[in-house]
Design a protein around this ligand. Structure first.
Ligand code: IPM
Ligand code: MG
Length: 358
């Protein structure tokens, strides 16, 4: 098969983990007789520097005309107070919206040999396997108005948390479908004791539940969910939630796997190609030092093989390679324990390539 992939390295360690991933993908393509063609485009801070625009129109065009999109990470202190008022994150939010990628899949799978690098007890995190399904194109991230204004004679700032019923319904339906393919349990997370948007969310979930009699449904308030994910993560199968709650819970959940450097994600819509990015950010503190853990980006590309290309066997081969590398004890700095040898990004990438076996 021939596939065209738009590659958006972005900022910071985004460049390094994306490079590692294309090298791995090329090896995999060779193994299976596929051809991947990469089109590089700018996003985030680097796009601001070049075009004064965190999401140039050519980038959107390129993404729309490809089979899948790989994104590294965006952001960095350099652009925190950019004179133009532009922010790298606008590029990321913009591309999610432009491609209508409303479903963000963030699987949290603990690898046995890594449970020691988690800050939590081994018996709590061993064999953790949950899926956070985060709504990605609505909620408080996109609600209008979002602005500064004068209020009672002083400066005030305003964000709007808004969800249309159709937006809730389509992500919740995905949640039920996903639970059906897994362990038949769906936890819907909201803040229905305070927020009206959450009360509509909960009502909608109840309605859709009628179509899924075999899936066990539970509603959980987001503050409780944050606590439960740390207390007993194995109670969860699929967790479906809104944009901001999903953002926060997925960072918390990443620690179950030992490091934010391990968590992949897929963002999918109804039509446009899916976008695949690690959950971690651009990590400006270690940028350009060859220290970045490429595994979250590599695992994200395995999700691309599976969800966008239908290459199930190839995806499995790649996931297995990552898993074997970890079992063999290879570690980047973020997942290494005292005294363990620390591999560079390139060395870790080389280990994954060596472990690729049909
Ligand atoms: C994420 C990130 C982004 C988000 C930021 C960089 C805008 O934290 O993908 O989780 O909040 O969605
Ligand atoms: Mg986040």
């Amino acid at each position: 098969m021939n596939k065209t992939i738009t590659v958006l390295p972005g900022d910071g360690i985004g460049l390094e983990v994306v490079k590692a991933t294309t090298v791995v993908l090329d090896k995999l393509a060779e193994l299976y007789g596929h051809q991947f063609e990469y089109k590089y485009a700018d996003i985030g801070g680097s796009a601001i520097d070049k075009y004064e625009d965190p999401l140039p129109p050519e980038t959107v065009e390129s993404c729309k005309n490809s089979d899948g999109v790989l994104l590294g990470a965006v952001g960095g202190p350099k652009w925190d107070n950019h004179p133009s008022g532009l922010r790298p994150e606008q590029g990321l939010l913009g591309i999610r919206k432009a491609l209508q990628l409303f479903a963000n899949l963030r699987p949290v799978t603990g690898h046995e040999s890594l449970t020691d690098s988690s800050s939590l007890k081994k018996e709590v995190v061993d064999n953790v396997d949950l899926m956070i399904l985060r709504e990605l194109t609505g909620g408080i991230y996109f609600g209008k108005p979002q602005e500064r204004r004068q209020m009672d004679g002083e400066e005030a700032a305003l964000d709007t948390m808004v969800y249309k019923k159709s937006e809730i319904a389509r992500i919740v339906r995905q949640g039920f479908e996903m639970a059906k393919l897994r362990r038949q349990k769906l936890t819907s997370v909201d803040k229905a004791n305070v927020l009206e948007s959450s009360r509509l969310w909960r009502e909608t979930v109840e309605e859709i539940k009628q179509d899924y009699p075999d899936v066990e449904l539970e509603h959980m308030l987001v503050d409780n969910a944050a606590m439960q994910i740390i207390r007993d993560p194995k109670q969860f199968d699929v967790v479906v939630t809104g944009n901001m709650f999903g953002d926060i819970l997925s960072d918390a959940a990443s620690m179950l796997t030992g490091s934010l450097g391990m968590l992949p994600s897929a963002s999918i819509g109804e039509q446009a190609p899916g976008l695949y990015e690690p959950v971690h950010g651009s990590a400006p503190d270690i940028e350009g030092q060859g220290k970045a853990n490429p595994l979250a980006m590599i695992s994200s590309s395995a999700m691309m093989l599976k969800y966008s290309f239908g290459m199930l066997e190839e995806a499995e081969t790649l996931d297995r390679a990552v898993s074997d590398v970890l079992s063999a004890g290879h570690r980047t700095g973020d997942i290494a324990k005292e005294g363990e040898t620390i591999l560079s990004t390139d060395e870790m990438t080389e280990k994954v390539i060596e472990a690729l076996k049909k």
